[in-house]
Design a protein around this ligand. Sequence first.
Ligand code: SF4
Length: 186
Amino acid sequence: MQDRRSGKIVVVSHCILNVHSLEDDLAIYPGLEEEVVQLLIKKGVGIYQIPCPEVELSGIFRKALPKESYDHPKIRKVYQNLAESISQTLKLYTKKGYEIVAVIGAEGSPACGIDLVGRWKDNIKGKREFPRDIEFVPGMGVFMEEFKAALDKINVHPRWVGIPGKSIRSIRPESFEEILKKLDKI
Ligand code: SF4
């Protein structure tokens, strides 16, 4: 039988294929991001799932937090090591001529955001709460910044796509359809 592989690989944040890595109350799907996965199946790409940087660092019982909670030198070092390790594995695929066409992250995540991250709103009085006291601002999550730097080093330059999560979709419901269309064009 003929070898039918497309030679194209999409790298995805862990929760795209396993919502159980998300913090409580953030999962929109029972198991995985269904429309995104269906689109990737239609496109005929391989899917490379990266470990959840927050589970690796803070475990499975953590609370949802903004980027500033993760933007510390020690955390960056952990994420840099993780990013370097993944990029070395991906390099093996590129050596065989396969293309890393895109990285799909999770928009708004402090680790995996692509174009948007959360931050605490100014002038909050009393105890701050997620998502009530969060606003989304342009920026990349701490892990993705390190991952991009690691991929740059091996000369891999994919497209970067952020899938809006529950908090962003509740503010801008149309953002999900918009990003699916963007993904479909890649
Ligand atoms: S966005 Fe990243 S850090 Fe957050 S649950 Fe998904 S894989 Fe983990």
